[in-house]
Design a protein around this ligand. Structure first.
Ligand code: ADE
Ligand code: ZN
Length: 342
């Protein structure tokens, strides 16, 4: 199939996104607009100056800016508008199902009530369900640079809202904050009957992926690109069909890989791992879901079959009920067959 046809297929396929930080969808234009509305001054003269600062050397250099930027989010309406803007972009990319992270500790630490954050995000998710039939799940992600006790305090704040929280995650500065630090917290999350995921093997070593699996008992690994360094881990991930929510443009921008052409996405698939493509923090990393897939197609010369495998892996790894998964997988198959026949 010609490159142009694979690109068309990428755009046409229904897709799901499983690794997306809602705070990472805050575009510079919206950051400035909210800053003005909320009477906050930003240390940048213009949108262009802010964008120019998006030149990261590693995960921490990004996180410093990302947490500072999130300071403009104050009201339920702000969180609603942020989420609505992301969902509009996802819908334009033919994303039909999203499972998104929110970082409540980033906001409650500034005095924003937990419910303000949750209500605003949920307003937009519910609206997207009504307007487009887009399905969604919301994942409360704990900040791993904070203590486990602080995680427990956040979990206590979440308890009255558990009907609107679908799972738990772990993100932020990975090095020096291994999953084992949160073993008791995640045990409690499992007791609440919710699925858990964790960022691991982004900058951190394969041991962190092992800990996420064995101690936090996660059902997906977020990133996990360093797993290939450990053959025993690859065997474990393949045998357990553990999904890896890979974020290629993020990996380039955070210098996890030096060049997209040298990303190990294909090697992950060839090792039998359930990898897929996601956008992570698209406002900071230069592209939403289709942009990630198109960039991989171009730099890695992905075939139509590889694209379909990535999209299928994503539906299979989602928390959709089986009947919905089967419906979307059948739709992917139909569109793939149509594009082959064209
Ligand atoms: N890529 C990433 N890794 C860890 N924590 C994050 N929070 C937002 N984006 C993140
Ligand atoms: Zn992430």
């Amino acid at each position: 199939m010609a490159h142009q046809d694979v690109d068309d297929l990428i755009r046409r396929l229904p897709k799901t996104e499983l690794h997306l930080h809602i705070e990472g969808t805050l575009e510079p234009e919206m950051m400035f607009a909210l800053a003005q509305r909320n009477g906050i001054s930003l240390p940048y003269a213009s949108v262009e100056a802010l964008r120019a600062a998006y030149d990261f050397s590693n995960l921490q250099s990004f996180l410093d800016l990302y947490y500072a930027g999130a300071g403009v989010l104050q009201t339920r309406q702000d969180f609603y508008e942020l989420t609505r803007a992301y969902l509009q972009r996802a819908h334009a990319d033919n994303v039909v199902h999203v499972e998104i992270f929110f970082d409540p500790q980033t906001h409650t630490a500034r005095g924003i009530p937990f419910a303000t954050v949750l209500d605003g995000i949920r307003d937009a998710l519910d609206e997207a369900g009504c307007t487009w039939g887009m399905s969604s799940r919301l994942i409360l992600s704990f900040l791993r640079h904070l203590s486990e006790d602080e995680g427990f305090a956040t979990l206590a704040e979440a308890l009255p809202h558990l009907d609107r929280i679908d799972g738990f995650g772990l993100d932020s500065s990975e090095l020096g904050h291994p999953p084992s630090k949160f073993a008791m917290l995640f045990a409690r999350c499992h007791e609440l009957g919710k699925p858990c995921v964790a960022h691991a093997g982004e900058e951190g070593p394969p041991e962190y992926v092992w800990e996420a699996l064995e101690l936090l008992k996660v059902c997906r690994i977020d990133h996990g690109v360093r797993s290939l360094e450990d053959p025993a881990l690859v065997k474990r991930l393949a045998e357990g069909a553990v999904p890896l929510t890979v974020c290629p443009l993020s990996n380039v921008r955070l210098k996890v890989v030096d060049d997209l052409a040298r990303h190990n996405l294909r090697q992950l698939l060839q090792a039998g791992l359930k990898a897929m493509v996601n956008s992570d923090d698209p406002a900071y990393f230069g592209g939403y879901l289709n942009a990630n897939l198109l960039a991989c197609r171009q730099s890695l010369d992905l075939s139509a079959d590889e694209v379909v495998t990535l999209v299928n892996n994503s539906f299979e790894a989602s928390w959709l009920p089986d009947v919905d998964k089967q419906r979307w997988l059948a739709e992917v198959k139909r569109i793939h067959a149509e594009s082959l026949a064209a």
